[in-house]
Write a protein that binds this ligand. Structure first.
Ligand code: SF4
Ligand code: SF4
Length: 320
């Protein structure tokens, strides 16, 4: 039996929605087939009021073992470092996080808010939000650079806005079945199995990318979204086109640019008119190019690619 305690800080519940929609495995599979015992979850927990508070104290005191502490949402520190803006079970949530992180065997941060601060931590960050072990790209976050859970691991980060449901349930299974040691974390504590490749890997528009065939409209069946609509697929580490959403499609397959939601800097856009869903360019060349591509080479390649594009590179593909 693996006890899982899921708490939520400054969040929109998007990762809870994602989790509840998991398919491989489902939340029910976690319980029936993988020995997960959900101690409490904001949408599924049965305990309320004094009972919930008592259960949390029993976890803090070690009377109930916490095998996995899952945290969704930011750690809210406002006002003035007190955390009073986000109270839960009679005390600031940040105090629960601090106490429970000391006794948890593993800590898993789910979604951008819990990993790097996400949207709540955008400037000017009025809620003084932090991720569990990062604030954007900067290491440290609420628990500090040196934090290690009882099992000796840092916080396992599953970013995304929201995180893909199967990324969440598969990591819980890996821990519950003792296979988490086989999974390597990258420098941002993301499991490489989901975050080593780029969103572009598996995108059905790769041929359009190669031949610089663009689309400036959402939802079209042809054209790459990089050149006009600011797609961040080539710069973003995620498996969105390998492990499809709802087992059917992905954002870029459906004609919506990747916003780079699994990277620490997300959201990349500011709210100035003309900056969202618009590729920023300097003299016609995108300001930000895929890693390893030089501006000068890119400009040359563009000329060649457009000139050598076969007719079929501009064909519709079957939209899934
Ligand atoms: S739509 Fe985005 S992810 Fe797909 S090929 Fe173009 S840039 Fe890459
Ligand atoms: S396609 Fe990009 S923005 Fe969309 S979920 Fe995947 S990583 Fe996030």
């Amino acid at each position: 039996m693996t006890n899982v305690l899921w708490l939520q800080g400054g969040a929109c519940s998007g990762n809870t929605m994602s989790f509840l929609n998991a398919e491989e495995p489902t939340v029910c599979d976690l319980i029936s087939d993988f020995g997960i015992n959900l101690l409490w979850h904001p949408s599924l927990g049965l305990e309320l009021g004094e009972n919930l508070q008592g259960m949390l104290w029993n976890c803090v005191l070690g009377k109930i073992p916490v095998d996995i502490l899952v945290f969704e949402g930011t750690v809210v520190n406002a006002p003035n470092g007190t955390g009073e803006w986000n109270r839960f079970a009679h005390r600031p949530m940040k105090n629960w996080v601090s106490d429970l992180a000391k006794v948890a065997k593993y800590v898993v941060a789910v979604g951008d808010c819990a990993t790097w601060g996400g949207i709540p931590a955008m400037d000017p960050n009025p809620s003084q939000s932090q991720g569990l072990q990062f604030l954007k790209r900067q290491k440290g976050g609420f628990l500090g650079v040196d934090y290690r859970s009882k099992a000796g691991l840092p916080v396992i980060n599953i970013p995304g806005c929201p995180a893909h449901p199967d990324w969440i349930t598969q990591i819980l299974v890996a821990i519950a079945t003792g296979r988490i040691g086989d999974i390597t974390l990258d420098e941002f504590h993301r499991p490489q199995t989901f975050f080593k490749t780029f969103t572009q890997t598996g995108c059905t528009r790769n041929i359009h990318f190669a031949y610089k065939a663009t689309t400036a409209e959402f939802g079209q069946r042809k054209g790459c979204l990089f050149y006009d609509l600011g797609c961040r697929g080539p710069m973003t580490h995620s498996s969105c086109n390998r492990i499809l959403w709802n087992r059917v499609s992905s954002k870029t397959r459906a004609g919506m640019p990747c916003l780079g939601c699994t990277e620490p800097e997300f959201p990349f856009f500011d709210l100035k008119p003309g900056t969202v869903f618009k590729t920023q360019t300097v003299m016609g060349v995108p300001k930000e190019l895929p890693p390893g591509v030089k501006q000068k080479d890119y400009a040359l390649l563009t000329l060649v690619a457009k000139d050598t594009a076969p007719t079929w590179a501009d064909e519709d593909f079957f939209l899934v």
